[in-house]
Design a protein. Sequence first.
Length: 186
Amino acid sequence: MADYLRLPDGLAPPADDGAAGHLAGMPLPSLVLPASNGGTVDMSRLEGRVVLYIYPATGKPGVKLPDGWDALPGARGCTPQSCSFRDHHAELRALGVDAVYGISAQPLADQTEAAARLHLPFALLSDEAGDLRKALDLPWFNLAGTLYLKRMALIVEDGRIVKVFYPVFPPDRSAADVVAFLSAAL
């Protein structure tokens, strides 16, 4: 079984395929996503500075990763990415971030389990229906018949995307990269 908290040696970094080049400057769409804390989040009503990190799927203890997962550049590392945002959460808040959300196409039950198991101080949002993916034309990949969002991080200010981190590698540095960007902007 995989150790979801650690990245295996030799992971290939994802290439920048340009699939997120259109996102900077876009407003978030008017749609509501279910949240792991039992509520919902209307993307168009996010106020202030918000960090959205997007990932393929968090692994579950005792459940095998899909065949070919580690060989697909950018797939592995969702749990370390979430943990990085957990571990840097206070620092992000001190840098003026009003909210952090993780987003994947996983079902809400999987998001709720992961948020509790990882002790995340923020909600995970489910785009299982693909509404956010379609509205923003987010990059994605298909593995064994399942659609997954590609990993990225977005800084949103008053409902508009102002910075896109794509591709993200290694995933456990995602939050530190956002912190470095926000610190340099001050």
